[in-house]
Ligand binder design. Sequence first.
Ligand code: ZN
Length: 245
Amino acid sequence: MRYAVLADIHSNLTAFVAVLEDIEKKGGASEIWCLGDVVGYGPDPHECIELLRQHFHCGVAGNHDWAAAGKIDTTDFNPTAAAAAQWTASQLTQEDIEYLSGLPLVLRRDDFTLVHGSPRDPIWEYLTGIQDAKANFPFFESRYCLVGHSHIPLLFEYVDRLGICSYSQLSPELSLRSARGRLIINPGGVGQPRDGDPRAGYALIDTDKGIIYHYRIDYDIAATQKRMTSLGLPTPLITRLTQGR
Ligand code: ZN
């Protein structure tokens, strides 16, 4: 089976469409696994939810999803993110809100656990360092865990026998079977990358071959920015798309 792993779409419809087209070009996927934050920051929250729901998919809740749905409050958000969350909430239909509210915190598919932030704190924890990653391995049972939230493509590997956790950038092609230990994988962000590369990031998993492919693709960043400007969304959220930070 082939699965597309998408994290942090963040209402960026242009990036989302570009990723979906790229998936088709690469032979398609039988299911989309969405790692949360479908909405927040970008200009097209309703359209992104609608487009995602037109595809066979499963997904977990991100902090921005539940904030926009009114399920968590935004006091822990920075002022720009809070303003974007309030604007996002105003753009959603009742059906959108019910969809976002109903997203689970954790999902299990095949030998993969899906969460937004981390297995021990699915909504809020950012996994960017080895110590935090290592502490999270006891919190899931599958061999692999897929996370989003940081918008940075990363790979953590924990070898139980040695008690060693290592991390590296997620390579374009990774053999899951030849990994020595269990893995936590972040495919990067679709709609607001933060690793210095502004291109949209996502992953495709081929379970027959035991390979995860990581892709970065160009999309029309200026088109998304133009829409954000016309809607009066905060300037820092607009400029960061070009910087990929
Ligand atoms: Zn996010």
